[in-house]
Write a protein that binds this ligand. Structure first.
Ligand code: SF4
Length: 424
């Protein structure tokens, strides 16, 4: 009998009690959207990576179709919506969030199925990917609503300070122009004081999330992906509100208590993993299967990235004094715009600091920014830093692209390699 067979029975992986509050918070977000429609308050679709804080600062209710797409996947509607989009002519290889949204709009899906209603306007940016811009172009035309897009140049390894400053100025100009756009479309005045309060809340939300992540450095790790995969949503749907800060503080306190008492999310923790990429929203239970090998994911760049205040140039003082400039600085330094060299460095640091035994890399078949450079990343981590890595092919919203058994077999073999390394 192999060592893996001995521990086949899954453990009881404990979610934090505080995380249960996430349902309420997200429920309130969707209620706020409904309320905005009832009151005739302006609403806006926004892509992840865009400065949602600026919408809250103008009392515009944001809706994030990517978040809605994950709802579709969790409710098992996404495949149907994706196939509807493909029947319309959208390619099998296009982003499955986009296609989920196309299908949801075509079928007039409700919010509990991942539908999104016609907004007052749309806000997109190419900070993470060009799909965002094309997606909103298509839907803005369908709904016949105005669309504002923010173009963000990428800083690469040989970009000079002069270029960086130029990029920042270029983005800042667009953000001020966006304020003019919102004032014109909504008839509301931009209130600098309100913007300061919103960005302060956004800062506090991010800091609390980062503190939670610090606790994950402990052995055993007090928090698993049961808390973080869903826990990330307030970071990009509600940055600027107070309620999610309270939730994160409760999560932090409970996790800290676990750390103080030497309690882990797993009963027995043997292998600490990193998972890079977007999870499979249609099958989150899949990740629970790691527990039968006493393995736990202790870090996900994806859920950490949305804490976004990672640029040391962006201080709390800057956030309070010049919120618009702080937003443009943040857009230039988002995790998913890192060049390969910075990404490799970041991964190596993280593996060391969080005591990670191996890295699972999700080669997401519908997301180029997530998967681009993944084989080079793997090669460098393995050859230059002796970090074991496994690439798995799947998709965040399209269940057709995950071969469950084959992938699980690959992970089992990978865990066996980690086990042998520990014995050496
Ligand atoms: S391509 Fe990737 S980053 Fe772009 S919208 Fe789709 S999932 Fe998001």
């Amino acid at each position: 009998m192999s060592t893996t067979e001995k521990s086949e029975k899954p453990q009881q992986n404990k979610m934090l009690n505080a995380t249960q509050g996430l349902k309420n918070i997200m429920g309130r977000h969707f209620l706020a959207i409904e309320q905005a429609y009832r009151d005739g308050t302006p609403t806006a679709w926004a892509t992840s990576g865009s400065p949602v804080e600026m919408l809250y600062a103008m009392d515009v209710q944001p809706m994030l179709p990517e978040n809605s797409a994950t709802v579709s996947a969790a409710q098992k509607y996404s495949q149907n919506f994706i196939e509807m989009a493909e029947a319309e002519g959208y390619s099998y290889d296009l982003c499955s969030y986009f296609k989920t949204n196309v299908g949801a709009v075509l079928s007039n899906a409700g919010m509990t199925e991942g539908g999104t209603r016609k907004p007052t306007f749309m806000l997109s940016t190419d900070v993470i990917c060009d799909t965002h811009v094309n997606w909103f172009e298509v839907q803005a035309e369908r709904f016949n609503v105005p669309h504002y897009t923010i173009d963000v140049p990428h800083v690469v390894s040989n970009s000079s300070n002069r270029q960086y400053n130029y990029f920042k100025k270029y983005i800042t100009e667009q953000l001020y122009e966006f304020i003019d756009f919102m004032q014109e479309v909504t008839g509301k005045e931009y209130d600098e004081e309100r913007a300061r309060k919103v960005t302060e809340n956004s800062w506090n939300l991010s800091e609390t999330w980062k503190n939670i992540y610090e606790l994950r450095k402990h052995i055993p790790c007090p928090i698993s992906t049961r808390d973080t995969f869903g826990g990330l949503f307030p970071l990009f749907t509600m940055p600027g509100l107070k309620a999610p800060i309270k939730l994160y503080k409760r999560m932090y306190r409970e996790a800290k208590e676990r750390v103080d008492n030497g309690i882990g999310a797993l009963k027995k923790e043997e292998f600490r993993l990193m998972f890079e990429g977007i999870p499979f929203w249609y099958n989150l239970k899949y990740f629970g299967q790691l527990e039968k090998w006493n393995a736990i994911i202790v870090y996900e760049p994806y859920t950490y990235a949305f804490s976004k205040y990672m640029n040391p140039k962006v201080t709390k003082e800057m956030v309070l004094n010049t919120p618009v400039e702080a937003m443009s600085e943040l857009m230039l330094s988002f995790w998913y715009v890192y060049d390969l060299e910075t990404r490799i460095k970041k991964f190596e640091e993280t593996v060391r600091e969080w005591n990670i035994d191996g890295v699972l890399l999700h080669n997401n078949l519908s997301c180029r920014p997530n998967s681009c450079g993944m084989y080079d990343l793997k090669r460098h981590l393995m050859e230059d830093y002796d970090i074991p890595c496994l690439i798995i092919d799947a998709d965040m919203n399209d269940p057709r692209k995950l071969n469950e058994t084959q992938t699980l077999n690959q992970i089992e073999s990978f865990i066996e390699i980690l086990r042998q390394r520990k014995k050496q």
